[in-house]
Ligand binder design. Structure first.
Ligand code: SF4
Ligand code: SF4
Length: 236
C-alpha cells in the first residue's frame, strides 16, 4: 500500500513537471546568478539541503519528477547502475557548476530575490522541457536503474551535504535500520531497490548507511521477515 502511494505521488509530480521543471533547473540558476538574482531554484536547492538534515533523501524517493520518470524506464532497462566510480561524476560536475554560481553571486554586492525569475510559459519553454525529458529518458534507457540520480543529478549533492552536516552536528535524521538476525537471504530487497543498491549485503553487515539511498522504503516494504526498519535517529 505504501509503495502504491509513493508511486502515485511520483506520477503526480511527473505530471506537474511541465510547470515545475524550471524551478529545479541547473541552468536558470546560472542565468539568474549572472544577473544578480537569487532565483526560485536557488531557494529550492537551499531548502532541500536544510530538509535533508532531518528528512535525508526522502525528496528523491517520494517527490522528484526526474526520479519518477527514471523509475518508469526501469521497466525497459532494469540494469543496476551503481558504483563508486559512476557516482563520483555527479560530485565533480556539481562542484564545478556550484563554484561557478557562487563566483557569479560574489560579483554582485546585493542579490535580488525573485522566485520566478526567467520563467515564461511560452513555446520555447515547452521545447526546452521536451529536450530535457528526452535527455533524461535516453540517459536512463542506456544506463539503467536511476542512472541519472547516480551520475548526473545536480540536486543530490545538496541533500548528501545536508545528511553529512546533520551527522556532523549529531542531528537525528531519517534512516534505515537492519536486523541482520532476521534476514533469510531471499534477495528481495536488492531486487526491489530502485537505486540498485546491494541491500541484502548492507542488512547482513548491519550497516544501512548509503549516500545513494533515496529512502523510498521499497526494501522495507518488500522484506518478508521485516528485517529492515526505519525511523528518525542519530548515527550510531
Ligand atoms: S528482503 Fe529481507 S529477508 Fe530478504 S534478503 Fe532482504 S533483508 Fe534479508
Ligand atoms: S536501500 Fe531501500 S530505501 Fe534505500 S533506495 Fe534502496 S530500496 Fe530504497
Amino acid at each position: 500500500m505504501r509503495q502504491r502511494i509513493r508511486k502515485s505521488i511520483l506520477i503526480f509530480s511527473l505530471l506537474l513537471f511541465p510547470i515545475t521543471f524550471m524551478l529545479l533547473s541547473p541552468f536558470v540558476i546560472v542565468v539568474s546568478a549572472a544577473n544578480g538574482v537569487f532565483n526560485g531554484s536557488a531557494m529550492i536547492f537551499g531548502l532541500l539541503l536544510f530538509f535533508s538534515m532531518v528528512g535525508s533523501r526522502l525528496f528523491c524517493g517520494w517527490l522528484c519528477p526526474g526520479g519518477a520518470l527514471q523509475e518508469n524506464i526501469a521497466v525497459v532497462n532494469d540494469r543496476h547502475w551503481n558504483s563508486k566510480k559512476k557516482n563520483i561524476s555527479k560530485y565533480i560536475t556539481w562542484t564545478i557548476w556550484f563554484s561557478f554560481i557562487v563566483f557569479l553571486w560574489l560579483q554582485h554586492p546585493r542579490l535580488k530575490g525573485d522566485f520566478l525569475y526567467f520563467i515564461e510559459f511560452n513555446f520555447q519553454y515547452f521545447i526546452i522541457y521536451a529536450i530535457v525529458m528526452v535527455i533524461i529518458y535516453l540517459f536512463t534507457l542506456v544506463t539503467g536503474r536511476r542512472g541519472m540520480c547516480h551520475s548526473l543529478c545536480w540536486m543530490a549533492p545538496f541533500m548528501v551535504i545536508g545528511e553529512k552536516l546533520a551527522d556532523f552536528l549529531h542531528i537525528p535524521r531519517f534512516r534505515l535500520a537492519a536486523k541482520p538476525e532476521s534476514c533469510i537471504s531471499c534477495g528481495k530487497c536488492t531486487k526491489n531497490c530502485p537505486m540498485g543498491l546491494d541491500v541484502e549485503t548492507m542488512v547482513k553487515a548491519g550497516v544501512m548507511e548509503s549516500s545513494e539511498c533515496i529512502n523510498c522504503l521499497e526494501c522495507v516494504d518488500g522484506c518478508p521477515k521485516k528485517a529492515i526498519g526505519f525511523g528518525v535517529f542519530q548515527k550510531q
